[in-house]
Unconditional design. Structure first.
Length: 299
């Protein structure tokens, strides 16, 4: 297990410059594990935000800009009991591989980061990251795709088609296809996700039908009012999206705890909320979330 106190940036830079093959070697040698923990639950960290031009946390516009700081936070979080793995883009996952931080962890590869936050083409969620073959070659456990649907934007059809192809291709490798659906629209030029109960139910129905099979499809869903109605809309396993809430940690944890008790919810994917907690204590924030997902976990 890597030292959770610091990341050796100099070693990372040397390996990347002089021995790029070290990435593939680390992936091939990595110890894998079953997808679900013994209790049938799963807690993942999300670290694919910068690749979509999303650096802000709670009003700090460039909070995630320092890669070494982000990696240190991830290494600390991944070292905590009850944290099952991570979701990220190739650059982040490969840094973590080289640091030895992904041993016996679930790894979900982020596949489409082309819809850059704030861009005129933001809703064009193109697949600019992993594809199904590269996820399988790396020995990872699945691929995640953001699938935003704007009924007023003809470009949404291309996103749906690409997501459907990815679901089918991942299933051929018997890998999880983690679909993150939203009904979205532009308001005064800015993209907004509709988080009403009805909109999330509609997005669940659309996402569930993507691809030639749903056997390996999981949903990554926001926590909204009426989550019981949302979960009644699907038989697919779901992970809750932790998001970047403005409410207090206590209020946030209470909402998560209630949603985690619903049938079909298998755990959470949480990123900025835990990696950049209000009090700065990453380990404590991660430990609290892990207890909500798994109950008491062994140290």
């Amino acid at each position: 297990m890597p030292d959770p106190r610091r990341v050796d940036g100099a070693r990372l830079r040397e390996l990347r410059a002089l021995r790029p093959e070290a990435v593939a070697e680390a992936a091939a040698a990595r110890q894998r594990r079953p997808l679900l923990a013994p209790g049938g639950r799963l807690m993942l960290l999300a670290a694919d935000h910068p690749a979509r031009n999303a650096f802000a946390v709670r009003g700090s516009p460039m909070a995630m800009a320092d890669r070494y700081d982000l990696l240190e936070r991830l290494v600390v979080a991944l070292s905590r009991p009850g944290v099952d793995g991570v979701l990220g883009t190739a650059d982040v996952l490969e840094d973590l591989l080289l640091l030895g931080a992904l041993e016996s962890k679930v790894v979900i590869a982020s596949m489409n980061r082309g819809g850059l936050a704030g861009a005129a083409f933001e809703l064009d969620d193109r697949f600019t990251g992993y594809d199904a073959d590269s996820v399988a070659a790396a020995g990872f456990d699945g691929g995640k795709m953001l699938t935003r649907v704007d009924l007023a934007d003809p470009g949404t059809a291309a996103t749906l088609e690409a997501s459907a192809r990815a679901v089918t291709a991942l299933a051929r490798h018997r890998l999880v296809a983690m679909v993150e659906p939203f009904l979205s629209r532009r308001v005064a030029g800015k993209v907004h996700n509709d988080l009403s109960t009805e909109a999330v139910v509609r997005s669940v129905g659309i996402a569930s039908g993507l691809g030639a099979t749903s056997a390996y499809t999981w949903l990554k869903l926001p926590v909204v009012d009426g989550m019981d109605t949302v979960m009644a809309a699907t038989t697919l396993p779901a992970l809750l999206l932790g998001g970047d809430p403005d409410s207090s940690p206590e209020e946030t944890y209470a909402v998560w705890e209630k949603a985690l008790a619903l049938p079909g919810v298998r755990g959470m994917v949480v990123g900025r909320t835990l990696l950049y907690p209000q009090d700065g204590d990453v380990a404590a924030a991660v430990d609290t979330a892990a207890r909500l997902v798994h109950g008491e976990v062994a140290a």
